[in-house]
Design a protein. Sequence first.
Lengths: 159, 498
Amino acid sequence: MTGSSPSTGNLMTRPLALVALLVSTLLIAAAYVGALVAAVVPVWAPWALMIGTSTVMLATMVLGASRAGASIGRLTVPFAAMFLVLLIGFGAVLIMPAETASSPLWFGLPARAAVVLYGVGVLPLFVLPIAYAVTFDSLTLSEADLERVRAARRERMAA
Amino acid sequence: MIQSTALPPLAQPIIVGVAVAYFAVVAAIGAWATRRTRTASDFFVAGQGIGLWALAIASMAATLSGFAFIGGPGLVYTVGIGAVFIILPVSLTNAMGAWVLAKRMRLLAEVRDMITVPDAIGARYRSRLAQGLAAVAILIAVVGYMATNVLALGLVIDAIFGVGLAWGIWIGTLITLAYSVSGGILAGVYTDVFQGSLMALASVLVFVYVLEAGSGLSGISRTILGADPGFLGPWGKLTPLAALSFFFVFGLGSLGQPHVVHKFYMLRDPRRLKWYPLIMTVALFVTLLLYVGVGLAVKSLVVTGAMPALGRPDDATPTFLLRFTPLLLAALVFSGVAAAIMSTVNSFMSIGAAALTHDLPVAFGRRVGNELRWGRISTVVISVIASLVAQASGSLVAFLGIFGWGLFASTLVPALAIGLNWQGATRAGAVASIATGIVVTLVFETLAYFKVYAFPAGVTVSGLSLVASVLVFLVVSYLTRASEGAAIDADIRLVMEV
């Protein structure tokens, strides 16, 4: 690990991410089952699918970004931001009123479509890939990490 | 999901000329790559020697099939904003893929000589059964996916050269096969770079004409809102459940697409992954402008009477191009469509051949003598089978194509994407989840195809099978955790920990 390695001492990051993955997958399953067994899709089913999907994406990212025995450090902020964008974006369009012919446009689109396309579809583009690049050396893969992996190969070949 | 009906005739000198020039460039790249392909590693993973830009653009090109240019805009024209939920996760999925898979896959290739995605599963769980099952799932999905793409390629070639669909399929297969067999994935990657650049350029230029034809995005929206406000609602003509289901399946499912994941092995320097999500995401975003733009513009033009209503949704892009863009740009896009399809087919040829030549023999405890030669032979065999299937029946091909994405997702997301990031995952969990993905996808897609059972709107087999395989993976791994305490090799464990 380098001097700028991820913050250590947090052994709960991956277990928490796994629990979140399990619970959110169950939520998605509940949405599907609710739609399958009812004559009409229940009102809560889209909400369950929306919350489940947003959480599945977050939990999977946290699982991938965390290292054994370490937290995700500075990535907490962009991950939380992405999660809120998904929850607020999808939640907003589920409750906002439908547009009419004279409804105002937001950057060329009706309000709810703009929230979906610009909010959920475009906003994370300016957050996640940049967060990945900015934290890559300290939280993802340093020269020291790579050297450890290459040393492991040399040991294996020698054995 | 790609277009499955005939396109309007495009046999005009400029379009034919651009298409011929395009195929000549592809052939030249193939000839160059052939001289550099000497080993099985060159053939299957480009000798681990490609750069960052090549990785990102080639991955983008492999991700997008002809659906992005033909079927997608047609779907937007039909169901409105709801169709965008298929591509909406793009701003998230590449960064997610980088965190979850890119580093670990590339480091696996650093500690072991891996050439396939099932290789990673086999090494992670020390299980030939898991590797073999993953290979079977990939082979089934590859043949179906390839058949749909080869059919689409045949339609494009028929529309441009007027040779008939049957000959279009064989000509398209032979062109793709020519550079894939000789130059392997190395030829595939560099033709993908050319093809991906072409797709991005064509998409941006078409989007400019979209805005001009519709008097800007505001003009398009105002026109559509006046006639059909629901079309521009957040879900379009879909239900909220259906649109959100697209987001889930194409979001989380992106982690299980072997033709993209496989390319992580090929990067020369693992530390160059730093900029991969940004380049890949921007490239995809730019290339998908056509998907959204043309669908909305055509709807608006039909509302104003500037275009007649389309007989078939798949005519949206060809009709718009021939009426509202210069012929040279239309020619570029039609070559871009062929490019999108060929780059996807080439990737499937490579992973299918690797599954047949490498993974299945390994699953039975054997190795083929000359993987390079057998890789080339397998590429031909898989391509011929896919082309014969494509010739057989439109509805059969559509059926085979439907479950490709879902089969990849449900069999690979749990065992590969989650399993490489969770040391508590077990061999039994991996085998059970892959088997669940195969069975649920095949059984329910078949029931739906034969109309034995119809799912309510919003519930898809892809979504159900992905949920089922993830849950089975988590639960079985938890239940068998004690019996498989330390079943991870030290070097693999290190890759999972850094």
